[in-house]
Design a protein around this ligand. Sequence first.
Ligand SMILES: O=c1ccn([C@@H]2O[C@H](COP(=O)(O)O)[C@@H](O)[C@H]2O)c(=O)[nH]1
Ligand SMILES: [Zn+2]
Ligand SMILES: [Zn+2]
Length: 612
Amino acid sequence: AQPSAAPPLSAPLRDLPWGQLNFLHTTDTHGWHAGHLQEPSFSADWGDYISFAERLHERADDEGVDLLLVDTGDRIEGNGLYDASDPKGKYTLDIFAEQDIDVLCSGNHELYKSNSSEAEYSVTVPKFAGNYIASNLDIFDPKTGEQRPLAQRYKKFTTKNQGIRVLAFGFLFDFTGNANNTVVQKVEDAIKEKWFQQAIRDREVDLFLVIGHILLRSIEFASIFHAIREQNWDIPIQIFGGHTHIRDYAKYDSKAYALESGRYMETIGFMSITGLSTGGKETTISNAPSGRDFKPSASPSFSRRYIDNNLFSFYHHTSLNETTFPTIHGRNVSSMISSARKKLDLDKQFGCAPKDYWTNRVPYPSEQSIFTWLQDEVLPSKIHDPSRGDTPRMLITNTGAVRFDIFKGPFTVDTTYTVSPFTNGFRYIKDVPFSVAKRLLQILNQEVPQLWPASQSLAYVSPAPLGQTHPSNPLYNPHPHAQTPLTPLKEDKDLTPGYTTTDDAGTDGDDTIHAPITFYRVPNCIESRIAFPPTTSSSKTETNTQTPTSMQSEEDPTAIDLIYVDFIESYILLALKFLGTDYEERDTAVYMRGETLTSVIAEWVGENWGCE
Ligand SMILES: O=c1ccn([C@@H]2O[C@H](COP(=O)(O)O)[C@@H](O)[C@H]2O)c(=O)[nH]1
Ligand SMILES: [Zn+2]
Ligand SMILES: [Zn+2]
């Protein structure tokens, strides 16, 4: 852990359900490789994870079983360790590559900007040569301009100890927001490709391993699953997903399961399968030196565990302690992280937050909602372009732009990036009739499938128990994460608050037994009204709905400047069209050149939150 990280707290733990083939899974780490310095439950860093994996490998080898590591993308954007460097990722790409990962793929965040996908292509893919898979992702080679697979399409290998023959794929959901130097092939088209159809007809396979930056209960995974099943009615399939930042485990059939392992280095997913055939070994009997015999089974068993990323859990699961647990390699990587954090001055303070502000742990609007704070305090005081004088204005931002909570206490360089990592600037359309502008938020906050493709949803609800999955999805489960807490082994009062996951296998997935936390859904977008005539509802926006007619006075402005973060421009223009106007991109212009949501927040904190 990093020197300034909060020490982990002891808590009742469930053991890891070891099997014949075991996996550790990370996803959506978003640059949090230093771990969470202010949250004891998640305070282990990437160096500790390396020690953990090395210790579990020792145990796997001792017992003659196998352990594979998987990462399903979104490794970047979301933490100062990645975002504060110039170029971005100067330190994290090397730090990440210290882990020995067997199968990995890209997320959407690696592709928003051409710089980051080029870094994947020139740094991460070669570092993980043979392991990085891009089943539906191409890049235009920056040197030749030629369109090429970002990495190999699939991988076949045999596990070291058990001799399990694994055929692995690595997909990305049907993402369309990538920069124009990459090409994402729709999953439904990729699985029709000759290479895929040939691969799934391979009869020398004991396990299909499908990893993807894709939510588990999605049409994309469903179609890959069905394509494999059409050719292989009973070969086990293990799926690893990501993107929605939740803990989830889904049963596809009795021999096919899928795991998603949260976000931001909060969770290390553990998965095991027992009863696989081992075609890569002469005999299936007693491959394990420990004498455990894993005969292939007509009904292999699958188990999952969500490990809280902290040293208390790691010591427990390795039966080691502070002295015996860390490996030299792991320690060195923790030092690489501390030195990068120092060089980036991530602990430099802009001010001190007087209380906690939450993205999803309190309802919106409310006194402790980060969105209410932005809407009512930060944006009204900072959103002003002098060239537009005192024109009444409305700013709309997607809530997905705000990625994490603010804890009471120091608000640092790192905090600015954990809250708001994106570099999008502001744009605006001048003189938009208020009668139109006031209806925008309601349109943007509707789940309108005709307007927004499901996988393109503006919303990002982290780690909300309310599924984001569109109901047209054949695997749709209306209650994937019921809010009812699991029955704790001990009285709630003795437990620390944390994840209490309900998934397709029940309520015993989390390694740490916690008291439940309630997560609340937030709207796709919020708006802030600024410099409105005082008798209207002013900057205190009517949340999530249009302003009721009764609230409007004669003094409503006739026209306003409509400002938005440029990431949502296409949605704003679409919604304006839906409202009967014909605004085009040429009607838009930069607002507050050079400023971003990140810079505005950092400035506001510096001006308003002193430290005592
Ligand atoms: O420039 C950007 C890029 C992304 N977003 C928001 O992030 C989510 C996607 O994040 P995941 O980690 O892949 O879930 C996207 O839907 C936007 O809400 C952004 O605001 N600006
Ligand atoms: Zn993500
Ligand atoms: Zn994602």
